[in-house]
Write a protein of this length. Structure first.
Length: 313
C-alpha cells in the first residue's frame, strides 16, 4: 500500500495477523514506514480502527480494517538556506541524483549550507519521516565531488536501503594517488576508529566490521596513477584509508597520507583530496529499472590530472 500526504487509505488485516501489535503490523505492511514513524502517526491520531484512534500496542484480532492518513510533511526548522544551484543528474517522483560540488557537507549542521537543505529548497517536494527534506541513503565526504542520491519518499528510502544491503548499487570513483599501484587490486580487512585518534579510521585494528574495495589503474602518471575504484562496502573515509594504508595515498589528502600528499604541485592545483564519485548505477526504487548516471570530472580534478600528464610518465 502506497500513501500520499493528505490521502486516506484502508488496510485490511488478514485473519492470520491476529495478535500482532498495531504499530508493528503497519511498519511491516506499509512500504517505507518505519516502526518509529508508525508509532508517531498512531499517537498523533492518524490511524483509526472503526473510526476510533488507537494505541501503538493495540493487539489486532484479524479481519478488521485500518484507516491510515499521512499529514503534510513538516517544513524544515530554521531560516531558508541559499546557495549555488545543484547540478541534477536524475530526477523523478522517487529519486534525485545530484553532482555534488566539493566543499559542501551532505547533512545540516555546523552552520554551512548542506546539500540536503539546498536540494529541499531547489527541487521540492520531499516527504521522508514526515519532514520535507530529502532522505539520505549514502554520503560523500565534504571534499569529495560527484554522484550523490537522495530519496523523495519513505518508500523510496526503504527500497534504496535494501538495494545497498543486497549489493545492487554500483558506485565507481576516480582518484589520483601517489605511487605505482598494481594494474588491478582488491583490498579487504577490518575497519574501525583509530584508537590513537577517534576522529580517524583505520584497517589496523581488531573489528567485526569489514571494508572492501577493488581498483584498476586507468592511467599511469608521473609518480602517480589515476585509479577507478569500486566500493563493495560504504565505510566512512574508506577509499582514503584503505589506499593510504596500502601505500597509495590519495593526492591532496593530508589526513591519511604523508606530507607529500598535500605538497605535491598537482595537490596544490586541486586544493582538496582528489576523489570524485564518477558513476552510479542502481535499480529504480519503485520500478526496478536500471538507473545509471555519470558526473563529469570537475575543473579542479581535471587541472590536477593535466599537470600530472604534462610532467610525463
Amino acid at each position: 500500500m502506497r500513501l500520499n500526504p493528505g490521502a486516506t487509505r484502508k488496510l485490511a488485516v488478514a485473519r492470520d495477523a491476529a495478535g500482532e501489535r498495531l504499530d508493528k503490523h503497519l511498519s511491516k505492511h506499509v512500504p517505507g514506514l518505519s516502526l518509529e514513524r508508525a508509532r508517531q502517526l498512531i499517537a498523533q491520531g492518524h490511524v483509526r480502527i472503526r473510526g476510533k484512534t488507537c494505541q501503538p500496542t493495540r493487539k489486532l484480532w484479524g479481519g478488521e480494517e485500518i484507516e491510515l492518513s499521512l499529514p503534510a510533511p513538516r517544513a524544515p526548522q530554521g531560516p531558508a538556506v541559499e546557495g549555488p544551484p545543484l547540478p541534477v543528474l536524475h530526477d523523478d517522483s522517487q529519486l534525485v541524483i545530484v553532482n555534488k560540488p566539493a566543499g559542501l557537507v551532505v547533512e545540516p549542521g555546523g552552520g554551512a549550507p548542506s546539500v540536503v537543505e539546498l536540494l529541499a529548497a531547489q527541487r521540492p517536494p520531499f516527504d521522508v519521516e514526515g519532514v520535507a527534506l530529502p532522505g539520505v541513503v549514502h554520503r560523500l565526504d565534504r571534499e569529495t565531488s560527484g554522484c550523490l542520491m537522495f530519496a523523495r519518499t519513505d518508500a523510496a528510502a526503504a527500497a534504496l536501503d535494501l538495494a545497498f544491503q543486497q549489493k545492487r548499487v554500483d558506485k565507481r570513483y576516480w582518484t589520483l594517488v601517489l605511487g605505482a599501484p598494481p594494474e588491478q587490486g582488491r583490498l579487504e580487512g577490518p575497519y574501525g576508529r583509530d584508537p590513537r585518534d577517534p576522529r580517524k579510521f583505520t584497517t589496523r585494528v581488531k573489528s567485526a566490521r569489514r571494508a572492501a574495495l577493488s581498483f584498476e589503474v586507468r592511467e599511469r602518471l608521473s609518480g602517480a596513477a589515476l585509479l577507478e575504484v569500486q566500493l563493495e562496502t560504504g565505510r566512512t573515509h574508506q577509499i582514503r584509508v584503505q589506499l593510504s594504508e596500502a601505500g597509495f595515498p590519495v593526492l591532496g589528502d593530508g589526513i591519511y597520507g604523508p606530507a607529500e600528499a598535500r605538497a605535491h604541485p598537482a595537490a596544490q592545483a586541486i586544493g582538496r583530496q582528489a576523489l570524485h564519485a564518477l558513476r552510479l548505477a542502481l535499480p529504480h526504487p519503485s520500478t526496478g529499472a536500471a538507473v545509471r548516471v555519470e558526473a563529469p570530472l570537475p575543473e579542479d580534478f581535471a587541472k590536477a590530472l593535466a599537470l600530472l600528464r604534462d610532467a610525463g610518465p
